[in-house]
Design a protein around this ligand. Structure first.
Ligand code: BGP
Length: 469
């Protein structure tokens, strides 16, 4: 519709990059930190765990200096609940508090806007042992944790994200790992957990608006547009089922205070709807996010269910590979897009399409909190020629610029990842960062940092506010 290539990125656009605590910090049990549920994840034998990760816990000063050199205007990182409240609630762990104070101070020193994720897959394991998100007590625990964060960091941090990829945790519980010996929750349990997370998020947003006057808070979901596999009406219905269940059901609750009607009927029909107590819906209405944060990697292509078990098996995989569900939808291949080595669809135009869809639905400014390509980067003579990453990011940024021309209000762009982090499934074999961390799966070497070619490319993009894209 609109191809206004003259559109520029807004002044003060937050050119950023992201990490999460468990994937970058290491020091899993240091300075009073207790294990989180994801720290207890059972890794495949040939894959690095999270115990040391990129050792950022000890090297954050050097790393943030690199971020400043790259010219970042924003840095999205997560706070580990287990560093602040090792028992989940109660006693505050001062070294943990100081650690994030220092990180925020380092960011401010270089005029980098800190963007804080409060919860990135890392529920304290001690709370999990007491029932985790199955229990309403965990809602209170999250509110208590939030109050501590807002009290301590509320004056220093403007942009806050509540929960990272709640939809991934609920729809792909196996994808983000299971503690050793753990069993997957049933769908009924998962949707009850989801309801509790929704309540926790709404209460935290309400509290935030009272405590942090000039701050902004939003949910961080994995959002993606979809295509019907054909113009067959049954495919269109299935695709609509998919996007309602996979995306809108998770964003409608914080924004509108209601479950998506179609997704709720689906939950009722399958006997997996959550138990909603009197007063819950009023709590959900209080959320009132200031913006939507979204992680975007791929689009999905969806066809009508074949009504047999092959729907589920069609493309089993990780969080970005769509699972089917008998009677509801079936994942299909899209002949018009490429895929990464790991089977994730590469679809820059789909990024523009997703931004348009999200903005049209919610009328809230958007902060992109993840986008990127995982690859087995190669270090040669101190250099990493990751032209595939430059190509990926450039194409996505061009589409984002077009989305801005379409009228989508954008706050910023924080691709995954600022620096190499441990991938949840593929360790250091699959890297995303602008900065290379020289370690192998098990040989830690000296973990020296090297800027990749994409680092210098992004540095230029930021310096000219995306003008030459
Ligand atoms: C998102 C998560 C990130 C990160 C990213 C890449 O779903 O929010 O934490 O892990 O995916 O995933 P992976 O490392 O599995 O390739």
């Amino acid at each position: 519709m609109i191809y206004n290539t003259k559109t520029n990125f807004p002044e003060n656009f937050l050119w950023g990059a992201s990490t999460s605590a468990y994937q970058v910090e290491g020091a899993v049990l240091e300075d009073g930190k207790s294990p989180s549920i994801i720290d207890m994840y059972e890794h495949p034998k040939d894959t690095a765990g999270f115990r040391i990760a990129s050792d950022y816990y000890h090297r954050y000063k050097e790393d943030i200096q690199w971020f400043a050199k790259m010219g970042l205007k924003a840095y999205r990182f997560s706070i580990a609940w287990t560093r602040i409240l090792p028992e989940g609630t109660g006693k505050i762990n001062q070294p943990g508090v100081d650690y994030y104070k220092n990180i925020i101070a380092e960011c401010r020193k270089y005029k980098i806007e800190p963007v804080v994720t409060m919860y990135h897959f890392d529920l304290p394991y001690c709370l999990e042992e007491q029932g985790g998100w199955n229990k309403r007590e965990t809602v209170d625990a999250f509110v208590e944790y939030a109050r501590v964060l807002f009290e301590i960091y509320g004056r220093e941090v403007t942009y806050w994200l509540t929960i990272n990829e709640q939809n991934t945790m609920i729809l792909h519980p196996g994808a983000i790992g299971l503690p050793k010996g753990g069993t997957l929750p049933t769908k009924k349990e998962l949707y009850q957990q989801n309801h509790h997370m929704m309540l926790a998020q709404a209460r935290v947003m309400k509290l935030f608006h009272k405590m942090v006057r000039n701050g902004k808070i939003g949910p961080a979901l994995n959002l993606t547009a979809m295509y019907p596999a054909s113009c067959r009406p049954e495919d269109a219905i299935a695709a609509h089922n998919w996007v309602s269940i996979r995306c809108w059901n998770f964003a409608d609750v914080p924004v509108f205070g209601t479950y998506h009607p179609l997704a709720f009927s689906y939950m009722k029909d399958r006997g997996i709807a959550p138990e909603i107590l009197p007063g819950d819906m009023e709590i959900l209405k209080d959320a009132d996010p200031d913006f939507i944060a979204m992680n975007y990697y791929s689009t999905a292509t969806i066809g009508a269910s074949r009504n047999d078990s092959s729907d589920v098996a069609a493309r089993a995989g990780d969080q970005q590979i769509m699972l089917g569900e008998q009677g509801v939808y079936r994942p299909e291949e899209n002949p018009y897009v490429d895929k990464t080595k790991y089977g994730w669809v590469i679809d820059p135009v789909g990024f523009r399409y997703t931004l348009r869809k999200v903005y049209e639905r919610y009328h809230l400014p958007i902060l992109v909190t993840e986008n990127g390509i995982g690859a087995p980067d190669i270090l040669e003579d101190g250099k990493i020629h990751d032209d595939y990453r430059i190509d990926f990011l450039k194409k996505h940024l061009i589409q984002m610029k077009l989305a801005i021309a379409d009228g989508v209000e954008m706050i910023g762009y924080c691709p995954w990842a600022a620096i190499d982090v441990v991938s949840t499934h593929q360790g250091y074999k699959k890297r995303y960062g602008f900065i290379y961390v020289d370690r192998e799966e098990f040989d830690l070497k000296e973990m020296k940092r090297y800027p990749k070619d994409s680092f210098f490319w992004y540095q230029k993009v930021i310096a000219e506010n995306g003008k030459s894209l």
